[in-house]
Design a protein around this ligand. Sequence first.
Ligand code: SF4
Ligand code: SF4
Length: 391
Amino acid sequence: MTGSQRPKLMKYRSFGKTGFKVSKLGFGAMRLPIRWDGSCDYNKSVPIIKLGIDRGINYIDTAHGYIRGTSEVAVGKAIKGYDRSKLFISTKIVQSSSDNVTRFRRRLEESLKRLDTYIDVLHVHGLTWDDFNDYVKGPNGTLEQVRKAQDEGLVKHLAFSSHDSAESIEKLIDTGEFESLTLQYNLLDRHNEEVIALARERGMGVAIMGPLAGGNLGSIRVPGLSESKKMSNIRLGLRFVMLNPNVDVTLSGMNAIGQVEENCAIVSEDDSFTEEENKEIERMVNENKKLADTYCTGCGYCMPCPNGVNIPENFRYYIWYKVWGAEKQAKDAYRKLTPAGRDAPWGARGQWGRVYGKAAYLCVECGACEPKCPQKIPIIKQLKEVAKTLA
Ligand code: SF4
Ligand code: SF4
Protein backbone atom coordinates (compact mmCIF):
# COMPACT_ATOMS: atom_id res chain seq x y z
CA MET A 1 0.00 0.00 0.00
CA THR A 2 1.54 3.28 -1.05
CA GLY A 3 0.77 6.66 0.47
CA SER A 4 -1.12 7.75 -2.66
CA GLN A 5 -3.45 4.72 -2.47
CA ARG A 6 -4.33 5.29 1.20
CA PRO A 7 -7.72 6.97 1.64
CA LYS A 8 -7.20 10.46 2.95
CA LEU A 9 -10.10 10.46 5.38
CA MET A 10 -8.78 8.17 8.12
CA LYS A 11 -7.65 10.15 11.13
CA TYR A 12 -4.61 9.41 13.27
CA ARG A 13 -3.43 10.18 16.78
CA SER A 14 -0.14 9.86 18.59
CA PHE A 15 -0.32 6.76 20.75
CA GLY A 16 1.11 8.08 23.99
CA LYS A 17 4.84 7.82 24.38
CA THR A 18 5.13 4.90 21.94
CA GLY A 19 5.82 7.47 19.21
CA PHE A 20 3.46 5.65 16.84
CA LYS A 21 0.57 7.39 15.06
CA VAL A 22 -2.43 5.07 15.29
CA SER A 23 -5.65 5.27 13.32
CA LYS A 24 -8.59 6.55 15.41
CA LEU A 25 -10.50 3.44 14.36
CA GLY A 26 -8.83 0.16 15.28
CA PHE A 27 -9.69 -3.26 13.89
CA GLY A 28 -10.94 -5.55 16.66
CA ALA A 29 -10.34 -9.12 15.50
CA MET A 30 -12.50 -10.86 18.09
CA ARG A 31 -15.70 -11.19 16.03
CA LEU A 32 -14.33 -12.40 12.70
CA PRO A 33 -16.48 -14.82 10.67
CA ILE A 34 -16.22 -18.38 11.96
CA ARG A 35 -16.66 -21.86 10.49
CA TRP A 36 -18.90 -24.66 11.72
CA ASP A 37 -16.20 -25.86 14.14
CA GLY A 38 -15.85 -22.46 15.81
CA SER A 39 -12.50 -21.62 14.21
CA CYS A 40 -11.91 -18.53 12.11
CA ASP A 41 -13.04 -18.62 8.50
CA TYR A 42 -9.85 -17.29 6.92
CA ASN A 43 -11.33 -17.00 3.41
CA LYS A 44 -13.86 -14.49 4.72
CA SER A 45 -11.83 -12.88 7.50
CA VAL A 46 -8.61 -12.04 5.70
CA PRO A 47 -10.24 -9.84 3.00
CA ILE A 48 -12.19 -7.97 5.70
CA ILE A 49 -9.03 -7.13 7.66
CA LYS A 50 -7.22 -6.22 4.44
CA LEU A 51 -9.98 -3.81 3.48
CA GLY A 52 -9.59 -2.16 6.88
CA ILE A 53 -5.87 -1.71 6.26
CA ASP A 54 -6.55 -0.39 2.77
CA ARG A 55 -8.95 2.15 4.30
CA GLY A 56 -6.18 3.39 6.58
CA ILE A 57 -6.65 1.34 9.75
CA ASN A 58 -3.22 0.58 11.16
CA TYR A 59 -4.04 -0.61 14.71
CA ILE A 60 -5.16 -4.25 14.72
CA ASP A 61 -6.16 -5.82 18.01
CA THR A 62 -6.31 -9.53 18.71
CA ALA A 63 -5.64 -11.86 21.65
CA HIS A 64 -4.07 -15.24 22.30
CA GLY A 65 -7.49 -16.63 23.21
CA TYR A 66 -9.72 -14.99 20.58
CA ILE A 67 -11.57 -17.50 18.39
CA ARG A 68 -9.54 -20.32 19.96
CA GLY A 69 -6.31 -18.77 18.81
CA THR A 70 -7.29 -18.55 15.16
CA SER A 71 -7.89 -14.78 15.28
CA GLU A 72 -4.13 -14.27 15.58
CA VAL A 73 -3.58 -16.55 12.60
CA ALA A 74 -6.07 -14.51 10.53
CA VAL A 75 -4.32 -11.27 11.46
CA GLY A 76 -0.94 -12.81 10.56
CA LYS A 77 -2.27 -13.84 7.14
CA ALA A 78 -3.96 -10.50 6.48
CA ILE A 79 -0.94 -8.30 7.12
CA LYS A 80 1.31 -10.21 4.73
CA GLY A 81 2.45 -7.95 1.89
CA TYR A 82 1.90 -4.68 3.76
CA ASP A 83 4.69 -2.49 5.02
CA ARG A 84 5.01 -3.94 8.53
CA SER A 85 6.51 -0.77 9.96
CA LYS A 86 3.25 1.10 9.20
CA LEU A 87 1.11 -1.33 11.20
CA PHE A 88 0.62 -1.55 14.96
CA ILE A 89 -0.26 -5.09 16.05
CA SER A 90 -1.71 -5.61 19.50
CA THR A 91 -2.32 -8.92 21.20
CA LYS A 92 -3.15 -10.01 24.73
CA ILE A 93 -2.06 -12.87 26.91
CA VAL A 94 -3.82 -13.94 30.08
CA GLN A 95 -1.92 -14.13 33.35
CA SER A 96 -3.82 -16.05 35.96
CA SER A 97 -3.15 -17.51 39.36
CA SER A 98 -2.56 -21.01 38.06
CA ASP A 99 -0.03 -19.80 35.53
CA ASN A 100 3.66 -19.88 35.91
CA VAL A 101 6.40 -18.15 34.00
CA THR A 102 6.93 -21.02 31.56
CA ARG A 103 3.28 -21.02 30.63
CA PHE A 104 3.25 -17.28 29.87
CA ARG A 105 6.36 -17.64 27.72
CA ARG A 106 4.81 -20.58 25.88
CA ARG A 107 1.71 -18.54 25.11
CA LEU A 108 3.85 -15.65 23.91
CA GLU A 109 5.73 -17.96 21.55
CA GLU A 110 2.42 -19.34 20.24
CA SER A 111 1.17 -15.82 19.56
CA LEU A 112 4.39 -14.88 17.76
CA LYS A 113 4.17 -18.01 15.64
CA ARG A 114 0.54 -17.44 14.71
CA LEU A 115 1.07 -13.76 13.89
CA ASP A 116 4.34 -14.60 12.16
CA THR A 117 5.76 -11.24 13.16
CA TYR A 118 6.84 -9.25 16.22
CA ILE A 119 4.22 -7.73 18.53
CA ASP A 120 3.94 -3.94 18.75
CA VAL A 121 1.98 -3.93 21.96
CA LEU A 122 1.58 -6.91 24.25
CA HIS A 123 -1.23 -6.65 26.80
CA VAL A 124 -1.45 -8.52 30.03
CA HIS A 125 -5.04 -9.58 29.38
CA GLY A 126 -7.71 -8.76 31.95
CA LEU A 127 -5.21 -7.62 34.58
CA THR A 128 -6.36 -6.96 38.14
CA TRP A 129 -4.51 -5.12 40.87
CA ASP A 130 -4.29 -8.34 42.90
CA ASP A 131 -2.82 -10.27 39.97
CA PHE A 132 -0.30 -7.51 39.39
CA ASN A 133 0.98 -7.88 42.93
CA ASP A 134 0.81 -11.66 43.06
CA TYR A 135 2.13 -12.70 39.66
CA VAL A 136 3.21 -9.81 37.47
CA LYS A 137 5.76 -7.82 39.45
CA GLY A 138 8.68 -9.24 41.37
CA PRO A 139 11.22 -11.98 40.66
CA ASN A 140 10.10 -14.45 37.98
CA GLY A 141 6.95 -12.41 37.39
CA THR A 142 5.33 -11.62 34.06
CA LEU A 143 7.07 -8.25 33.87
CA GLU A 144 10.43 -9.96 33.90
CA GLN A 145 9.29 -12.22 31.06
CA VAL A 146 8.07 -9.31 28.98
CA ARG A 147 11.25 -7.28 29.50
CA LYS A 148 13.23 -10.30 28.31
CA ALA A 149 11.02 -10.58 25.21
CA GLN A 150 11.55 -6.86 24.58
CA ASP A 151 15.33 -7.33 24.76
CA GLU A 152 14.98 -10.12 22.22
CA GLY A 153 13.07 -7.80 19.85
CA LEU A 154 9.90 -9.91 20.03
CA VAL A 155 7.75 -7.28 21.74
CA LYS A 156 7.94 -3.50 21.51
CA HIS A 157 5.58 -2.10 24.13
CA LEU A 158 3.82 -3.39 27.24
CA ALA A 159 0.18 -2.65 28.03
CA PHE A 160 -2.69 -4.03 30.06
CA SER A 161 -6.38 -4.51 29.53
CA SER A 162 -8.61 -4.61 32.57
CA HIS A 163 -12.15 -4.93 33.85
CA ASP A 164 -11.07 -4.21 37.41
CA SER A 165 -12.47 -1.26 39.41
CA ALA A 166 -11.49 2.27 38.41
CA GLU A 167 -9.58 2.53 41.69
CA SER A 168 -7.46 -0.55 40.86
CA ILE A 169 -6.86 0.64 37.31
CA GLU A 170 -5.57 3.92 38.70
CA LYS A 171 -3.06 1.99 40.80
CA LEU A 172 -1.99 -0.05 37.76
CA ILE A 173 -1.41 3.20 35.85
CA ASP A 174 0.58 4.58 38.77
CA THR A 175 3.03 1.67 38.67
CA GLY A 176 4.50 3.33 35.57
CA GLU A 177 5.22 -0.11 34.07
CA PHE A 178 2.80 0.14 31.15
CA GLU A 179 2.91 2.31 28.04
CA SER A 180 -0.72 1.89 27.06
CA LEU A 181 -3.98 0.36 28.21
CA THR A 182 -7.20 -0.99 26.75
CA LEU A 183 -10.38 -0.31 28.68
CA GLN A 184 -14.08 -0.53 28.20
CA TYR A 185 -15.93 2.71 27.62
CA ASN A 186 -19.13 3.61 25.81
CA LEU A 187 -22.29 5.67 25.98
CA LEU A 188 -23.90 3.22 28.37
CA ASP A 189 -20.88 2.68 30.57
CA ARG A 190 -18.76 5.69 31.43
CA HIS A 191 -17.31 4.52 34.72
CA ASN A 192 -13.77 4.49 33.28
CA GLU A 193 -13.92 8.09 32.05
CA GLU A 194 -11.67 9.46 34.77
CA VAL A 195 -9.01 6.76 34.57
CA ILE A 196 -8.90 7.23 30.80
CA ALA A 197 -8.14 10.91 31.39
CA LEU A 198 -5.50 9.97 33.98
CA ALA A 199 -3.80 7.53 31.59
CA ARG A 200 -3.70 10.22 28.94
CA GLU A 201 -2.23 12.70 31.43
CA ARG A 202 0.51 10.20 32.25
CA GLY A 203 1.44 9.89 28.58
CA MET A 204 -0.04 6.44 28.01
CA GLY A 205 -1.71 5.36 24.79
CA VAL A 206 -5.45 4.81 25.29
CA ALA A 207 -7.35 2.14 23.36
CA ILE A 208 -11.06 1.57 23.93
CA MET A 209 -12.89 -1.73 23.60
CA GLY A 210 -16.63 -2.25 23.66
CA PRO A 211 -17.58 1.11 22.09
CA LEU A 212 -20.98 -0.36 21.19
CA ALA A 213 -21.62 -1.78 24.67
CA GLY A 214 -21.11 -5.39 23.65
CA GLY A 215 -23.64 -5.01 20.84
CA ASN A 216 -26.33 -3.49 23.07
CA LEU A 217 -26.14 -0.19 21.21
CA GLY A 218 -26.65 -1.69 17.82
CA SER A 219 -28.34 -5.05 18.02
CA ILE A 220 -31.95 -3.99 17.84
CA ARG A 221 -34.00 -1.33 16.17
CA VAL A 222 -36.36 0.52 18.40
CA PRO A 223 -39.14 2.35 16.58
CA GLY A 224 -39.05 6.08 17.16
CA LEU A 225 -35.44 6.23 18.28
CA SER A 226 -32.36 7.22 16.37
CA GLU A 227 -32.89 4.93 13.36
CA SER A 228 -35.92 6.94 12.31
CA LYS A 229 -33.88 10.11 12.46
CA LYS A 230 -31.38 8.74 9.94
CA MET A 231 -28.87 8.35 12.72
CA SER A 232 -27.87 4.86 13.76
CA ASN A 233 -26.98 3.98 17.32
CA ILE A 234 -23.77 2.53 15.93
CA ARG A 235 -22.73 5.85 14.46
CA LEU A 236 -23.64 7.68 17.62
CA GLY A 237 -21.87 5.15 19.85
CA LEU A 238 -18.66 5.17 17.85
CA ARG A 239 -18.59 8.93 17.53
CA PHE A 240 -19.18 9.35 21.24
CA VAL A 241 -16.04 7.35 22.03
CA MET A 242 -13.93 8.77 19.21
CA LEU A 243 -14.73 12.36 20.16
CA ASN A 244 -13.41 11.91 23.69
CA PRO A 245 -10.08 13.78 23.45
CA ASN A 246 -8.44 11.28 25.80
CA VAL A 247 -9.11 8.32 23.53
CA ASP A 248 -6.51 7.48 20.88
CA VAL A 249 -7.96 4.41 19.20
CA THR A 250 -11.49 2.99 19.26
CA LEU A 251 -11.59 -0.75 18.62
CA SER A 252 -14.55 -2.05 16.70
CA GLY A 253 -15.01 -5.78 16.20
CA MET A 254 -15.78 -6.01 12.49
CA ASN A 255 -16.83 -9.12 10.63
CA ALA A 256 -18.23 -7.89 7.33
CA ILE A 257 -17.03 -5.72 4.48
CA GLY A 258 -19.99 -3.36 4.97
CA GLN A 259 -19.04 -2.76 8.61
CA VAL A 260 -15.54 -1.72 7.63
CA GLU A 261 -16.94 0.69 5.05
CA GLU A 262 -19.50 2.09 7.50
CA ASN A 263 -17.07 2.53 10.38
CA CYS A 264 -14.42 4.15 8.19
CA ALA A 265 -17.05 6.59 6.93
CA ILE A 266 -18.02 7.40 10.54
CA VAL A 267 -14.44 8.14 11.59
CA SER A 268 -14.03 10.51 8.67
CA GLU A 269 -16.90 12.75 9.83
CA ASP A 270 -16.45 16.19 11.31
CA ASP A 271 -15.10 16.37 14.83
CA SER A 272 -18.20 17.69 16.55
CA PHE A 273 -21.69 16.54 17.47
CA THR A 274 -24.77 17.95 15.85
CA GLU A 275 -27.60 19.26 18.01
CA GLU A 276 -29.61 16.15 17.15
CA GLU A 277 -26.75 13.89 18.24
CA ASN A 278 -26.43 15.75 21.51
CA LYS A 279 -30.10 15.08 22.24
CA GLU A 280 -29.60 11.40 21.48
CA ILE A 281 -26.62 11.28 23.81
CA GLU A 282 -28.69 12.76 26.60
CA ARG A 283 -31.34 10.12 26.00
CA MET A 284 -28.74 7.33 26.03
CA VAL A 285 -27.23 8.61 29.25
CA ASN A 286 -30.68 8.43 30.84
CA GLU A 287 -31.12 4.88 29.54
CA ASN A 288 -27.83 4.07 31.19
CA LYS A 289 -29.41 4.54 34.60
CA LYS A 290 -31.82 1.72 33.84
CA LEU A 291 -28.87 -0.55 33.06
CA ALA A 292 -27.19 -0.02 36.40
CA ASP A 293 -27.39 -3.57 37.79
CA THR A 294 -27.47 -5.56 34.56
CA TYR A 295 -24.61 -4.27 32.54
CA CYS A 296 -23.52 -7.44 30.79
CA THR A 297 -20.96 -6.71 28.07
CA GLY A 298 -21.31 -10.14 26.46
CA CYS A 299 -17.62 -10.86 27.09
CA GLY A 300 -18.36 -14.53 27.79
CA TYR A 301 -15.80 -14.90 30.59
CA CYS A 302 -18.48 -16.55 32.73
CA MET A 303 -18.94 -19.29 30.13
CA PRO A 304 -19.23 -22.17 29.69
CA CYS A 305 -21.91 -22.83 32.24
CA PRO A 306 -21.60 -26.51 33.27
CA ASN A 307 -25.38 -26.75 33.01
CA GLY A 308 -25.55 -25.26 29.52
CA VAL A 309 -27.17 -21.91 30.33
CA ASN A 310 -26.21 -19.23 27.80
CA ILE A 311 -25.65 -16.49 30.35
CA PRO A 312 -24.77 -13.50 28.08
CA GLU A 313 -27.58 -14.29 25.66
CA ASN A 314 -30.17 -14.33 28.45
CA PHE A 315 -28.88 -10.96 29.68
CA ARG A 316 -28.91 -9.55 26.17
CA TYR A 317 -32.63 -10.21 25.81
CA TYR A 318 -33.24 -8.81 29.27
CA ILE A 319 -31.52 -5.57 28.28
CA TRP A 320 -33.66 -5.42 25.13
CA TYR A 321 -36.70 -5.67 27.37
CA LYS A 322 -35.64 -3.49 30.26
CA VAL A 323 -33.68 -0.74 28.58
CA TRP A 324 -35.04 -0.55 25.07
CA GLY A 325 -38.61 -1.53 25.72
CA ALA A 326 -38.51 -4.18 22.97
CA GLU A 327 -40.77 -6.53 24.93
CA LYS A 328 -42.03 -8.82 22.20
CA GLN A 329 -38.62 -9.18 20.57
CA ALA A 330 -37.03 -10.06 23.90
CA LYS A 331 -39.67 -12.61 24.89
CA ASP A 332 -39.64 -14.28 21.47
CA ALA A 333 -35.87 -14.60 21.51
CA TYR A 334 -35.87 -15.93 25.08
CA ARG A 335 -38.49 -18.56 24.26
CA LYS A 336 -36.28 -19.93 21.49
CA LEU A 337 -33.17 -20.49 23.62
CA THR A 338 -32.54 -24.23 23.46
CA PRO A 339 -29.49 -26.48 23.88
CA ALA A 340 -29.90 -27.54 20.23
CA GLY A 341 -29.25 -24.01 19.03
CA ARG A 342 -31.16 -21.74 16.72
CA ASP A 343 -30.38 -19.02 14.23
CA ALA A 344 -30.54 -15.65 15.88
CA PRO A 345 -29.11 -12.19 15.44
CA TRP A 346 -25.91 -11.55 17.38
CA GLY A 347 -23.17 -8.97 17.36
CA ALA A 348 -23.28 -5.22 17.18
CA ARG A 349 -25.21 -5.02 13.94
CA GLY A 350 -27.57 -7.92 14.38
CA GLN A 351 -25.69 -10.31 12.09
CA TRP A 352 -27.21 -13.78 11.92
CA GLY A 353 -25.49 -16.65 13.63
CA ARG A 354 -26.25 -19.79 15.62
CA VAL A 355 -27.02 -19.28 19.28
CA TYR A 356 -26.78 -22.20 21.68
CA GLY A 357 -27.75 -22.66 25.27
CA LYS A 358 -30.48 -22.89 27.80
CA ALA A 359 -32.78 -20.23 29.12
CA ALA A 360 -32.29 -18.57 32.52
CA TYR A 361 -34.89 -20.64 34.38
CA LEU A 362 -32.68 -23.74 33.96
CA CYS A 363 -29.86 -22.30 36.11
CA VAL A 364 -29.21 -24.73 38.99
CA GLU A 365 -27.39 -22.08 41.06
CA CYS A 366 -24.10 -23.98 41.21
CA GLY A 367 -22.22 -20.64 41.43
CA ALA A 368 -19.43 -21.55 38.98
CA CYS A 369 -20.01 -18.45 36.85
CA GLU A 370 -20.11 -15.55 39.31
CA PRO A 371 -16.42 -15.31 40.31
CA LYS A 372 -15.51 -15.13 36.61
CA CYS A 373 -17.60 -12.05 35.78
CA PRO A 374 -15.42 -8.90 35.47
CA GLN A 375 -18.53 -6.70 35.84
CA LYS A 376 -19.28 -8.42 39.15
CA ILE A 377 -22.86 -9.07 38.11
CA PRO A 378 -24.78 -11.17 40.65
CA ILE A 379 -25.52 -13.66 37.85
CA ILE A 380 -27.72 -16.09 39.77
CA LYS A 381 -29.96 -13.34 41.12
CA GLN A 382 -30.12 -11.62 37.74
CA LEU A 383 -30.94 -14.85 35.89
CA LYS A 384 -33.88 -15.33 38.25
CA GLU A 385 -35.03 -11.85 37.34
CA VAL A 386 -34.61 -12.62 33.63
CA ALA A 387 -36.66 -15.81 33.98
CA LYS A 388 -39.39 -13.97 35.84
CA THR A 389 -39.50 -11.10 33.34
CA LEU A 390 -39.22 -12.97 30.04
CA ALA A 391 -41.09 -16.20 30.77
S1 SF4 B 1 -24.95 -20.62 38.61
FE1 SF4 B 1 -26.39 -21.11 36.97
S2 SF4 B 1 -25.66 -19.99 35.21
FE2 SF4 B 1 -24.00 -19.98 36.70
S3 SF4 B 1 -22.72 -21.72 36.08
FE3 SF4 B 1 -24.17 -22.49 37.61
S4 SF4 B 1 -25.95 -23.27 36.45
FE4 SF4 B 1 -24.70 -21.98 35.07
S1 SF4 C 1 -22.32 -12.05 32.86
FE1 SF4 C 1 -20.35 -11.05 33.21
S2 SF4 C 1 -18.81 -12.53 32.48
FE2 SF4 C 1 -20.80 -13.18 31.68
S3 SF4 C 1 -20.87 -12.29 29.65
FE3 SF4 C 1 -21.89 -10.83 31.02
S4 SF4 C 1 -20.30 -9.41 31.68
FE4 SF4 C 1 -19.26 -11.16 30.75
